[in-house]
Design a protein around this ligand. Structure first.
Ligand code: MLT
Length: 332
């Protein structure tokens, strides 16, 4: 259905619910939003870092909503297929998207992006910030970051760098890393960093920059080589891990942030309820403990709002556009 018809259908449906509430009294409770499961679209593979945040958050939010949140993994084109899908979905309060920095980097990375992150969505709020880790396969002949810098500069495009496609944070981190090292690796894209990490564990690729929400258990089990964390300061969840800036890449910083979006035109009542459930979910002790164990930090309350996400997204679009255009990385 064309978005404009979907929107009209949706407005009518919500009006009918409102009239039903006035006319039918207690029966209206049956119509109250949400009255069936809600879909939360994840732009990357199941089991990966975005999926981990989405599933934990969905479980916490469903306690408030009284309905389950069904996770739908729509992978491809560095997250832009999922964003396109949600931008065109019926704005009926039953389809949402969780996405990260890729929402802000895609406009510079894709010359023909079929949606505008600043115009085609309604905003629910931000979730959590997550550090990244630079990992090597277990048998890579470079014991630490200084040794990896030397190795990378010597081997150049013989080094295989996995990522989750243009628009993924693993791509962003890899792009900044190659620029900082003055090298060009061979890039191997996957549908998410879950399959990319599987390839690293199997020794099919050499290096991966990935979020702590997926990598910490593998680092602790020593299944990979950890070269460093991408934050300016060391992180609580991996206190012994040096930052990349400590190891010579001065000012190197990539932090992953997450936002929840709805198709433009979603009824404000649905956004308000979903946002209230988001804020309650971010206070949920089990969710908070899981995020802390995986190195993620819940955002302050000012960012957990539609306006907080919208302002942040605009600032990130402004920040990354010039950096990406300067790097000359894009898809036609
Ligand atoms: C994932 O969930 O697979 C990652 O967030 C992909 C990425 O952005 O690197």
């Amino acid at each position: 259905m064309p978005p404009i018809l979907a929107r009209a259908r949706c407005t009518l449906a919500w009006t009918a619910v409102a009239l039903g509430c006035l006319a039918a009294g207690p029966a209206a409770a049956q119509n109250a939003y949400p009255n069936h499961p809600i879909t939360l679209v994840v732009p990357f593979a199941a089991g990966g870092p975005t999926d981990v945040v989405a599933r934990s958050l969905g479980a916490a939010m469903s306690k408030t909503l009284g309905q389950s949140i069904v996770i739908e993994n729509r992978t491809g084109a560095g997250g832009t297929l999922a964003s396109t899908h949600v931008a065109r979905a019926a704005p009926d309060g039953y389809t949402f998207l969780i996405h990260h920095n890729g929402m802000a980097t895609a406009p510079a990375l894709y010359r023909k992006l079929p949606y505008d992150p600043l115009k085609d969505f309604d905003y629910v709020g931000q979730v959590a910030d997550v550090p990244m880790t630079l990992l090597g396969r277990k048998d890579l002949p470079a014991a630490d970051m200084p040794a990896f810098i030397k190795y990378a500069r010597e081997k150049g495009d013989k080094v295989n760098l996995a990522n989750a496609g243009l628009g993924a944070v693993s791509q962003l981190c890899g792009m900044l890393l190659q620029e900082a090292l003055g090298t060009q690796f061979t890039t191997v894209p996957y549908a998410g960093t879950a399959p990319a990490l599987t390839a690293l564990l199997g020794g099919q690729v050499d290096v991966l920059c990935d979020q702590t929400t997926q990598t910490i258990p593998h680092i602790k089990a020593e299944r990979v080589k950890l070269y460093g964390v991408t934050t300016l300061d060391r992180i609580k969840a991996l206190p012994d891990a040096p930052t990349l800036q400590e190891s010579g890449l001065k000012g190197f910083e990539v932090k992953v942030w997450h936002g929840v979006y709805a198709p433009k035109g979603t009824p404000p009542e649905a956004i308000a309820k979903f946002n209230a459930a988001l804020r309650a979910g971010l206070k949920d002790p089990a969710f908070r403990q899981k995020m802390a164990d995986l190195g993620a930090e819940i955002v302050p309350e000012s960012k957990q709002t539609p306006a907080g996400l919208q302002t942040w997204l605009q600032s990130e679009v402004n920040k990354w556009g010039p950096i990406i255009r300067k790097a000359g990385v894009y898809a036609d």
